[in-house]
Design a protein around this ligand. Sequence first.
Ligand code: DLL
Length: 428
Amino acid sequence: MILHEIETSSRESIEKIQLQRLKTVVEKVAQRVPFYKKKFESANFSPEMLTSLEDLEALPCTEKQDLRNHYPFGLFAVPQSELVRVHASSGTSGKPTVVGYTQKDIEMWGEIVARAIALGGGEPGNFLHNAYGYGLFTGGLGLHYGSEQLGMVTVPVSGGNTQRQIMLIEDFKPQVICGTPSYILNIAETMEEMGKDPRNTSLKYGIFGAEPWSEEMRKTLEEKLGIKACDIYGLSEVIGPGVASECHEAQAGLHVAEDHFYVEVIDPDTLKPVPDGEEGELVFTSLTKEAFPVIRYRTGDIASLTKEKCSCGRTTVRMSRVKGRIDDMLIINGVNVFPSQIEHCLLAVPELAPHYQIQILQKRTLKVLELHVEMNEEYFTMIGADPISDSVYQLEQRIQSLLKSQCLISMEVRVHRQKQSLVLKARQ
Ligand code: DLL
């Protein structure tokens, strides 16, 4: 179901709209956000110089660090009285990256997520089982508003309590399910363990994202659940889910909501744009966002673009699946984790030596993080010859709760004796 005429417009009309909107947003941030004003001045760039979309390349990119430097609201382009919502994603220093929305932003977001759900097979009147987490993470509320805007009956289950999710799927009979691919696989496998056949539900379509997944994973999910599974992409800095989404007809790349976001792919080393079809780092510029517009935001995500018309009839540019990231960010069951964030917490623990190792273990369909750290010499001497003592256990528990409260990360912590045979990564 095609919801908006932009989805099938000619390239010229799409680019004409983009250029008009780009000029407006660039002028607005130059006036309202001191960070961009300074950035434009130092690049000798003034908004009137924008005569084509390519002229944007003259501007330096914006990075996650810029957002951190202006924590929490320093890059907002409207007064707080115009905001209706904030969301946030995890950050390296324990401080999240904060983004804001006006009422119009929320409506626009709902519109593009409605489009994404329609792309993935959802229709008005269908039930949508939403297993993305609700909260500061954009997944739950993002899909929720889009589903309502499409006219679907939205079941706001959020993540967790898998047996209850299964009961609701059986009783409410949704046609569409949304969530991280790893969690949805967990639901399917739990059904199998309960002696139920996951192919026997009412589900027809799945809209999965927020973490990298593969074609093999798609095949597994489709076979296990008897559904069509589509990829949905987004990041809170740009808006949340719905920046790009796959169509169930072709399942051949994610259609970018080009009337709201201008996408580029750049070489992460030279920062120059790469030709269509070549992989590089995705960079997005907001075209319509009011509260928190970003100009040339480097996502850290690796993908390629194609402007070829899709067999579903849509003409919007498509991005490939995200192939990986250029930084060290890990995405564990949909939660973004920077090793440097963990490092920051560990530095505050006086009993530890400056080495740690993060292990990602696959336990059934979910990933589990294990953190291995070394005690330092003083602590080792203090506890004496028995490293399996109560005090080590208490130290492990303390580090575990520190990580949980400061970084929102759940991990198993193991404190090892000094110079143990583990090949531990040096912190510095
Ligand atoms: O993950 C938004 C989202 C929610 C997308 C629900 C899709 C569904 P953040 O928490 O800010 O926002 O994390 C954004 O997650 O830069 C990618 O590295 C990764 N990511 C998001 N979607 C995909 C996907 C949400 N479909 C970061 N494939 C992004 C691979 C994805 N990686």
